[in-house]
Design a protein around this ligand. Structure first.
Ligand SMILES: [Zn+2]
Length: 287
């Protein structure tokens, strides 16, 4: 009877720590922590078995708890670091909102309406930005009783993207995209073959467009009137869009081939895309 009581006492006093360890064992933990947890499981077995001889559940429980407490602390430190890598804090969250409402983004959104600019690239970047998750609710104390953040339920070792440093990267890419689009737009509207189109624009549209052609600088902000002027101006062009995925697929499908075959594959695709178009007005865009 004394032994049964000692075991019960032991089990009751270690229960919380043991359950916690069992829960975290389900995650992809760092190797050293995982190894030490495995070793602790064996140590747990031998401490428990010693109770048969000592009948001292209290002392066995306190040895197990000391052992598991250290592992739990290591897990909490690691989880906090992982959580910080995968969640924006309050300051970063504000910056995310600023980026979403920035002049750069709104200029890009307007320019996206122009057919030959690759709007899908902007959508991909916007999706990437929108997906960055925010959580600034977690404190070390909260992980004493639960193994994941109760606010955002971040599961460590999951395939969630790292958000640390992403805001810098997205902002840089957004600015790069605006510079690229500005250049591409400027190259297009500066084409002298289009100048006849100018007469179809209103005086205000003409002055806006001429300012852009002269300075290569977009109006601030880019507004709907500017976009309308550009659209009207470039109607002199016949824009043909070639899907980049389709282009790649056509070339990849041929497998290794000689120069003539490669040219033929490309030419076939091109001829198909521009069939029936006026070559002098043609502008080919790969999106
Ligand atoms: Zn969280």
């Amino acid at each position: 009877m004394k032994i049964v009581k000692a075991y019960q006492n032991f089990a009751g006093k270690c229960k919380d720590h043991v359950t916690y360890m069992m829960n975290i064992s389900a995650y992809a933990l760092p190797e050293d922590l995982q190894n030490d947890i495995n070793a602790a499981k064996e140590r747990f077995g031998s401490i428990r078995d010693e109770i048969a001889g000592t009948c001292d559940g209290d002392s066995a429980a306190s040895r197990v708890n000391n052992l598991l407490q250290g592992l739990k602390k290591r897990y909490i430190d690691w989880y906090l670091a992982e959580h910080a890598k995968h969640r924006l804090d309050i300051k970063e969250s504000k910056r995310k909102n600023q980026l979403m409402q920035s002049g750069t983004r709104s200029d890009l959104s307007r320019l996206e309406e122009i057919d030959f600019l690759p709007g899908a690239k902007l959508s991909a970047l916007e999706t990437e930005l929108a997906r960055l998750k925010t959580c600034y609710e977690l404190t070390p104390d909260k992980l004493n009783s639960v193994t994941v953040c109760s606010s955002c339920k971040f599961v460590p070792g999951s395939a969630e993207p790292i958000v640390k440093g992403q805001l810098d990267s997205i902002e840089e890419r957004m600015e790069g995209m605006l510079a690229e689009w500005t250049k591409s737009l400027h190259d297009t509207v500066s084409d002298p073959t289009l100048s006849d189109q100018m007469q179809y624009l209103t005086a205000e549209q003409q002055s806006r467009l001429k300012a852009f052609i002269d300075t290569a600088e977009l109006p601030e902000p880019v507004d709907v009137y500017f976009i309308e002027a550009v659209k009207k101006y470039i109607t002199g062009f016949d824009v043909v869009t070639i899907d980049s995925a389709k282009l790649l697929e056509t070339l990849i499908k041929r497998g290794p081939c000689n120069e003539d075959d490669f040219r033929k594959a490309f030419n076939d695709l091109l001829s198909q895309a521009i069939r029936g178009k006026d070559k002098s007005k043609l502008r080919i865009v790969v999106k």
